[in-house]
Design a protein around this ligand. Structure first.
Ligand code: SF4
Ligand code: F3S
Length: 106
């Protein structure tokens, strides 16, 4: 399965949702997650993310491994998003900032 990682937090560009053939992205207030039970590993979403936040589960950097469980947990809670929407007004300021997990809104 594919996993959305920390760099999506407060960026949430949503380009990824448009290409997913199985509509497995779920949207929270400032982050998106992939439902691991629906993802078919097509890889289409990976190059769409402007901040490279999406990884194959097996290729996750060591400090992003916790996002596998977080995607599974939050996909159950949050609604599906299938169409691109405007990113947060300050999204560009948050690109590649470290330690964004503390800003995750649930
Ligand atoms: Fe959707 Fe394919 Fe990305 Fe999985 S890898 S989330 S199926 S676009
Ligand atoms: Fe997040 Fe990248 Fe999608 S910032 S919403 S994973 S395009």
């Amino acid at each position: 399965t594919y996993v959305v990682t920390e760099n999506c937090i407060r960026c949430k560009y949503t380009d990824c949702v448009e290409v997913c053939p199985v509509d497995c992205f779920h949207e929270g207030p400032n982050f998106l997650v992939i439902d691991p039970d629906e993802c078919i590993d097509c890889t289409l979403c990976v190059p769409e993310c402007p901040v490279n936040a999406i990884f194959a589960e097996d290729d996750l950097p060591e400090d992003q491994k916790q996002y596998t469980a977080l995607n599974a947990e939050l996909a159950k809670k949050w609604p599906v998003l299938t169409e691109k929407k405007p990113a947060p007004a300050d999204a560009a300021e948050w690109e590649n900032k470290p330690d964004k997990l503390k800003y995750l809104e649930r």
